[in-house]
Design a protein around this ligand. Structure first.
Ligand SMILES: C[S@@+](CC[C@H](N)C(=O)[O-])C[C@H]1O[C@@H](n2cnc3c(N)ncnc32)[C@H](O)[C@@H]1O
Length: 277
């Protein structure tokens, strides 16, 4: 009843909440027994201790209720990093890696100053700082619990060139200017039908919702950005797949040049950038 082989057979129960029930079961099992996935099948006869079984059953129950795997294990892979997450942080999305790719393609100085607004668990700025250890990076976040997670991720990945600040968008850096500002702000409209989706139900509303049309934070961040960008500086924002045109209009309305939107791997508009003259 409590062998690895037997427990793996329970995976089909998760079909109702997951597209990858076997993988989810393996991840939870490995998390509980602290063993790499590749060793599971070799050890099918291993019996979980009663403590391990209790822990697994609890996680399996929570997964059955739709809770995302990342919140159950406390970790999510993003770019080259395994990042700690908690219920105070959004779970970093693979789509956001497009923002990293585009930022790394920009013609920036070796010692560029870079700002990440709404850093959450620190995914974007930690990925950038790992790729460009000579950049001077700052991440801002309004939720103190999320900021603590970002700081823990910075420390565990031994990142030296990032500092995290608490505050409301630009408020902690009023007298600063940057070569690059990046942001994946909340951009879901209040009342959007996707908010009742399994995964989103568990994530902080404050990381997702941005006013009645989803544009409140993007509008603020983009319209204020010229005050915080050096001449020739760049702004890069993630946004919803149907917000590309509105976001480009905002960039152009405040004088950005070379404004362009890029699609993610699903072919959906996801990231817009522009350069101030
Ligand atoms: C969509 S999440 C993105 C998190 C992370 N950057 C990522 O890509 O995984 C938006 C983040 O913005 C933060 N946020 C919301 N309003 C904010 C504000 N006024 N000032 C600073 N951060 C804010 C939220 O707490 C949340 O962590």
């Amino acid at each position: 009843m409590n062998t690895i082989g037997f427990i793996l057979e329970r995976h089909s129960d998760l079909c109702v909440v997951s597209d990858s029930p076997l993988l989810d079961t393996k991840i939870l099992l490995c998390h509980v027994i602290e063993c790499p996935q590749e060793n599971l099948y070799m050890n099918q006869q291993y019996c979980l201790t009663s403590r391990q079984l209790l822990a697994f059953n609890e996680l399996f129950r929570r997964r059955l209720s739709g809770e995302p795997i990342a919140y159950l294990t406390g970790y999510k892979g993003f770019w080259s990093l395994n990042l700690r997450v908690s219920k105070s942080t959004l779970i970093p999305r693979p789509e956001t890696e497009l923002l990293i790719e585009k930022a790394l393609e920009l013609p920036l100085l070796e010692n560029a100053k870079v700002l990440d607004l709404g850093t959450g668990c620190g995914a974007i700025i930690l990925a950038l700082s790992r790729e460009r250890p000579t950049w001077v990076c700052t991440g801002i976040e309004i939720q103190r619990d999320a900021l603590r997670i970002a700081e823990a991720n910075r420390a565990s990945h031994h990142v030296k060139n990032v500092k995290f600040l608490h505050g409301d968008w630009y408020q902690p850096v009023l007298d600063q200017k940057y070569h690059l500002i990046v942001s994946n702000p909340p951009y879901v409209a209040n009342g959007d039908k996707h908010l009742s989706n399994m995964n989103l139900r568990f994530e902080p509303r404050s990381a997702l919702i941005s006013g009645e049309d989803g544009m409140r934070d993007l509008t603020h961040i983009i319209c204020k950005s010229p005050e915080y960008l050096l001449n020739g500086g760049w702004m890069l924002t993630e946004h919803g797949s149907e917000q590309g045109q509105k976001v480009r209009n905002l960039y152009e309305s405040v004088g950005f040049l070379d404004v362009a939107t890029f699609a993610d791997l699903s072919g959906l508009d996801r990231v817009t950038l522009g350069c101030v003259p």
